[in-house]
Ligand binder design. Structure first.
Ligand SMILES: Cc1cc2nc3c(=O)[nH]c(=O)nc-3n(C[C@H](O)[C@H](O)[C@H](O)COP(=O)(O)O)c2cc1C
Length: 324
């Protein structure tokens, strides 16, 4: 099946994944101007009680800046942007945020943690498409049954609430029955890995952690430094911090006074009521996927995207030349 029109014509088949607390308008605008889909979680936009919704202010800024860019650069227009909605039952802001996104005609809606038909309907009424993120084939079928247009397969090694399955197994099982838009998430940090995702059967690579180490990311300098210095061995998988299995930087856990190699298995219930994804005491436990060995410096997002684009074209050319 052909990709929906909104996903055609990207410079690179890639989405800058939504990152809790880390992605905001600066990063999204830089990603879209550089030709990949940029995104942010709606919950990152917070205002003081009684103030105008920050989400609306962010959407206005992103829309206007990308419009200006498109008028100035009609030959290299910006890629579309996406907003991530956490559709978990504890997210009390969900329907307010859905209304704001509908009013601003957000072109791509990324939903996570439980597919909701009413959110899909609101996106469609506003002319958008919905990509739902899933960690296995069962959730993938449910998401499509409930009206999502496409899927994000979150495989082992991804930052945030990672899956446990190999990307080979996950993409293969989904592609047996689904020929719509499919992004693959998990440790994609080079152009070769992006091409591998395409070869496996995904349409797009979904790249998160490398963007933490960009100038535009709203992450503390120490967090960016840990991403630059870390590799796959510095990542630990644990359900301790949010009640759901996720991947975290070991040095941030050690800094909080815990031994990352002997973490207790005790769980805490997920709760997004105060716009947070983890209890306050865990706020300095930093998430990351396993692909960060490829991240060597903090750079502008456009430079990271240029690097991946160059590697992608080179990998494509070298495969075309060589035999098996
Ligand atoms: C710090 C961090 C925060 C994240 N926050 C969210 C989020 O709010 N919503 C979401 O759908 N995914 C979130 N993710 C998952 C990413 O969108 C994406 O699936 C993942 O980063 C891709 O794997 P990679 O980090 O190995 O590139 C987060 C990931 C990280 C590392």
């Amino acid at each position: 099946m052909a990709l929906p029109a909104i996903l055609q014509g990207l410079r690179l088949p890639m989405v800058g994944a939504p990152l809790f607390l880390v992605s905001g308008p600066d990063l999204v605008i830089a990603q879209c101007k550089a030709g990949i889909v940029g995104s942010f979680p709606a919950l990152n936009a917070r205002e003081a009680e009684g103030d105008h919704p920050m989400l609306e202010i962010w959407l206005q800024r992103i829309t206007e800046e990308l419009d200006r860019h498109n008028q100035a650069h009609p030959d290299t227009p910006a890629a579309p942007f996406a907003v991530n909605q956490i559709v978990h039952r504890s997210n009390a802001r969900l329907m307010r945020d859905v209304d704001i996104c509908a009013r601003w005609n957000v072109p791509i809606w990324i939903t996570s943690l439980g597919a909701r038909p009413e959110v899909n309907a609101a996106a469609h009424d506003a002319g958008g498409i919905v990509l739902h993120d899933v960690i296995n084939n069962t959730f993938a079928r449910k998401a499509i049954d409930k009206g999502a247009d496409g899927l994000i397969a979150v495989a082992a090694g991804a930052g945030g609430h990672a899956g446990a399955q190999s990307p080979f197994a996950l993409v293969q099982e989904i592609r047996e029955w689904f020929d719509g838009p499919l992004a693959l998430s998990g440790a994609i940090a080079t152009g070769r890995a992006l091409l591998a995702a395409r070869v496996m059967g995904a349409d797009l690579g979904y790249v998160g952690s490398p963007f933490i180490a960009t100038r535009e990311a709203q992450a503390q300098p120490e967090y960016k430094r840990m991403i630059v210095e870390g590799g796959a061995e510095d990542i630990v998988t644990s359900a301790l911090f949010t009640g759901v299995s996720g991947n975290y930087l070991k040095p941030s856990i050690a800094r909080a006074g815990l031994d990352p190699d002997t973490l207790p298995a005790e769980r805490t219930e997920m709760d997004f009521r105060d716009g947070s994804s983890k209890p306050k005491t865990w706020k300095d436990i930093w998430g990351s996927g396993q692909g960060i060995g490829a991240v060597k410096a903090v750079v502008p997002a456009a430079e990271l995207i240029d690097r991946i684009a160059g590697e992608y074209r080179a990998a494509l050319a070298s495969l075309a030349q060589g035999g098996v």
